[in-house]
Design a protein around this ligand. Structure first.
Ligand code: ADP
Ligand code: ASP
Ligand code: MG
Length: 403
């Protein structure tokens, strides 16, 4: 039988009881005859807690040291899960990212996987072992420990699934799939049975936390099917889209249909009147990733996500000393997006979304579009209202077939 890769997120391994439940689920899969590789995240809020501790000792924590610190979280859960599986009679072994052959570039804190050399994993599988891998971490070509950016355990799982030629990669979480909006925010959100790689990638990039964007990019590149499922639910049946979301290649939906609404609460809008090359050089030197870059004449706009931005104080200092008075970092905003192939074929969706927001007294400061997405930058305190308004307008008030 082909290998199955299962990834369990932080909330699924947050205490001993949950670790035992995960161990039982892993054993059920193993007992069906599958060789199993398990990827785990850090327990509960461990990563947030470690980051908060780093901030207590340094305003500008060194990125290399952050990686040493953050990678410890997943190391704890891999060892505990391995022990829990062994307690149930399974022959488990835990491996760090580096031991599993996850090779990355050397961009600390949001490194990219460039190669997987899964020799030790394959060796252990050949001995009939269940392999438990610490997610979110790797080793750079300079032999430094790296981490893959927030939500990066998903990426470990998909990269490992591709390297092992796995049958599928199951991403198990506290939610039973990808919904048309965060079900914690929108009561009427619907689970989406199947999604294309492109739709999922756009949802993830727009802030839907349930799947990591880089993981989906990898899955697309290697043609790996992702099953997003609830940890508490059963193993996938013959049709895994019945009680989860399957992400794979699929025929396009009718042009212009919206699949979902997503938001990113903690973003900064950068506005600069400096030469773009000077500005981008500072951002690259400080390792700041941004999106939706617009350069028009001498004006540059960029959206910076705070998710992996841990050296904000240093970046502000650099701007003040090297481009004084030319860079404005506008805080207090969130990005709210609707996603769907061909949604910008006309301006109808932009107009309707803007009207819906305006009816709720929400006035965007910035709108941008791509062929798959419309994004409104709104005041942060209105994020959830904006998501609900857009969901009502584009999902609840529209006749959709959600296959
Ligand atoms: P894990 O720790 O398992 O990786 P995450 O917290 O990263 O879990 O992602 C799961 C969470 O993502 C859910 O609890 C849910 O609130 C949130 N979420 C945001 N957008 C969506 C969406 N469109 N569909 C499902 N869940 C979503
Ligand atoms: N523990 C890491 C995080 O909290 C990675 C992950 O959960 O996927 O972002
Ligand atoms: Mg996650």
């Amino acid at each position: 039988m082909a290998v199955v890769v299962q990834k369990y997120g932080g909330s699924s391994v947050s205490d001993a009881k949950r670790l035992r439940q995960v161990a039982e689920r892993v054993m059920r899969t193993r007992n069906q005859g599958h060789p199993v590789v398990v990827v785990v995240s850090a327990m509960g809020d461990t990563t947030d807690e470690l980051l908060a501790m780093a901030k207590q000792v340094s305003d500008n924590p060194e990125r290399r040291e952050l990686d040493m610190l953050l990678s410890a979280g997943e190391r704890i859960s891999m060892a505990l899960l391995s022990m829990a599986i062994r307690e149930l009679g399974g022959d488990a072994i835990s491996l760090t990212g580096s031991q599993s052959g996850i090779i990355t570039n050397d961009r600390h804190v949001d490194a990219r996987i460039i190669e997987v050399r899964p020799y030790r994993v394959q060796e252990a599988l050949a001995q009939g072992k269940i392999v438990v891998i610490a997610g979110f971490q790797g080793v750079s070509t300079k032999k430094e420990v790296t981490t893959l950016g927030r939500g990066g355990s998903d990426t470990t799982a998909v990269a490992m699934a591709a390297a092992l030629d796995a049958e599928y990669c199951e991403i198990c979480s506290d939610v039973d799939g990808v919904y048309s909006a965060d079900p914690r925010v929108v009561d009427a959100a619907e689970r989406i049975p199947t999604l294309s790689y492109e739709e999922t990638q756009e949802m993830a990039e727009a802030g839907a936390k349930v799947l990591n964007a880089q993981a989906v990019e990898f899955a697309k590149e290697k043609g790996i099917a992702i099953y997003a499922r609830a940890t508490a639910g059963p193993s996938p049946g013959l049709d895994p889209s019945i009680d989860g979301t399957v992400v794979r290649e699929r025929p396009p939906r009718s042009a212009g249909s919206v699949v979902g609404v997503a938001s990113e609460r903690d973003v900064i809008l950068l506005e600069a009147s400096a030469p773009a090359t000077d500005l981008l050089a500072v951002l690259d030197e400080c390792g700041v990733a941004g999106k939706q870059l617009h350069i028009a004449g001498s004006t540059t706009n960029l959206v910076i996500s705070r998710e992996n931005f841990h050296n904000e104080a240093r970046v502000r200092e650099q701007f003040d000393s090297r481009l004084p008075g030319h860079v404005r970092l506008i805080d207090g905003l969130a990005a709210v997006s609707v996603i769907g192939a061909g949604i910008n074929a006309t301006y109808r969706n932009v107009r309707q979304g803007s009207d819906a927001l305006s009816e709720a007294g929400i006035h965007p400061v910035w709108i941008s579009t791509s062929s798959f997405r419309i994004t409104w930058m709104v005041p942060r305190e209105r994020t959830d209202d904006a998501v609900r308004m857009l969901h009502r307008r584009f999902i609840e008030q529209t006749d959709r077939t959600s296959s």
